[in-house]
Ligand binder design. Structure first.
Ligand SMILES: Cc1cc2ncn([C@H]3O[C@H](COP(=O)(O)O)[C@@H](O)[C@H]3O)c2cc1C
Ligand SMILES: O=C(O)c1cccnc1
Length: 356
């Protein structure tokens, strides 16, 4: 399924991009006056291979939830059971992601990709558990490559099912106590930056915990032999399995699955940023289908965005995850595309253009 998905991903269509740029300049507004929104519309035109691209409605948020063996190294002040408790909270509609999803009209799907407890069936819950949390990435691989591929393929399936159900925009979400540690390890591995430059304070940790978190990441990269920039797709899968989480692997698949279906993806924060680095290493064309929803306050996220060459739409010092930053960006993405559908051209509206 991974090979088939990679084979189906098309890079941005240069002709649609050129058409979209030219069309932006004919709309009744001074050239370039919509700033970064013009680039969003052009990007989605390239991704869809059509000008204008379809309005990306409706949107579906998928929250991939998993636990992490590295939690045992005290890299976060929160108990591990909060992951499962938050899954229940998402399903009951009580999390920030639910409030934002309601605000922007997105559906919420929660995927158990590897939380540390069995969950009862519930509407909105997709059960694709790979394990009861990963192993501790600071003593060996967090998961096997086989498990990473299974999680990735679960992410592809979720993307396909949401698209089959009518979704025309996919938003990435995550839940997993300690997952900013795995994210920073992946970001260090894929950008080549030192762990100290890409390790943030997650849910809010003191200086001592932060210093330990950096050391744990250093150990993880050393023990697993992933301290260099990844170049080959096989290296990328190995690094993902070694220092990632089940939700990272599933998010890689979700991104590839959305890209293969030519449905735009809005990336959330640092967890999605780490997953996008892996997806780009597997196929750089997948990125043509992604928009960076926001910039998280987590430092590693900025490093990931810079490496990916993505410009975040919203920058509000959020550091929550769950898909919250992606959800906030969604109306902006819709507005950028709607301009291409509804705004008159100078010709059609009889508005005089500025003399050249
Ligand atoms: C109540 C609560 C709700 C959350 N929603 C998302 N996260 C976010 O914080 C966690 C990562 O931070 P760290 O690596 O520092 O543990 C992840 O679960 C992420 O989704 C939450 C964290 C908590 C505590
Ligand atoms: O960037 C994020 O999404 C983030 C930051 C801190 C904690 N959890 C998630």
């Amino acid at each position: 399924m991974l090979a088939e998905t990679l084979a189906a991903i098309r890079p941005a269509d240069p002709r649609a991009i050129a058409d979209a740029r030219a069309y932006q300049d004919r709309l009744t507004k001074p050239r370039g006056s919509l700033g970064a929104l013009e680039e969003v519309a052009v990007r989605l035109s390239g991704a869809a291979g059509a000008t204008p691209p379809p309005i990306p409605e409706p949107a579906a948020l998928a929250i991939f939830a998993a636990d992490h063996g590295v939690h045992a190294r005290n890299v976060t002040p929160w108990p591990q059971e909060v992951t499962v408790q938050m899954v229940a909270n998402f399903l009951a509609g009580g999390a920030v992601a639910n409030a934002f999803a309601k605000q922007v009209g997105a559906t919420v799907t929660v995927v158990d990709i590897g939380v540390a407890a069995d969950l009862p069936d519930a509407p909105g819950l997709v059960k694709r558990k790979i394990g009861y949390g990963t192993d501790d990435l600071s003593v060996g691989p967090a998961m096997t490559v086989d498990q990473a591929v299974q999680a990735l393929e679960a992410g592809i399936s979720v993307a396909r099912e949401l698209v089959a159900g009518g979704a025309r925009c996919l938003i990435t979400g995550d839940m997993g106590i300690a997952n900013t540690t795995a994210s920073a390890a992946l970001i260090s591995a894929f950008t080549g930056r030192d762990p100290v430059e890409v390790t943030g304070r997650g849910t809010g940790i003191d200086d001592e915990t932060h210093a330990r978190k950096v050391e744990v990441i250093r150990e993880a990269l050393r023990v697993n032999g992933v301290n260099s920039v990844m170049t080959l797709p096989t290296d990328a899968l190995r690094a993902l399995a070694a220092v990632g989480g089940f939700e990272h692997a599933a998010l890689v698949g979700f991104i590839l699955g959305g890209a293969a279906a030519r449905v735009p993806l809005i990336l959330d924060g640092v967890i999605a940023g780490a997953a996008a680095l892996v997806a780009a290493a597997l196929d750089p064309a997948a990125l043509d289908h992604c928009v960076a929803g926001h910039r998280s306050a987590e430092v590693g996220h900025t490093a990931a965005l810079e490496h990916l060459g993505l410009r975040p739409l919203v920058d509000l010092e959020l550091r929550l995850g769950e898909g919250t930053g992606g959800l906030l960006a969604y109306p902006i993405v819709c507005a950028a595309v709607r301009v291409m559908h509804e705004v008159a051209t100078f010709d059609s509206a009889g508005v005089t253009e500025k003399p050249v």
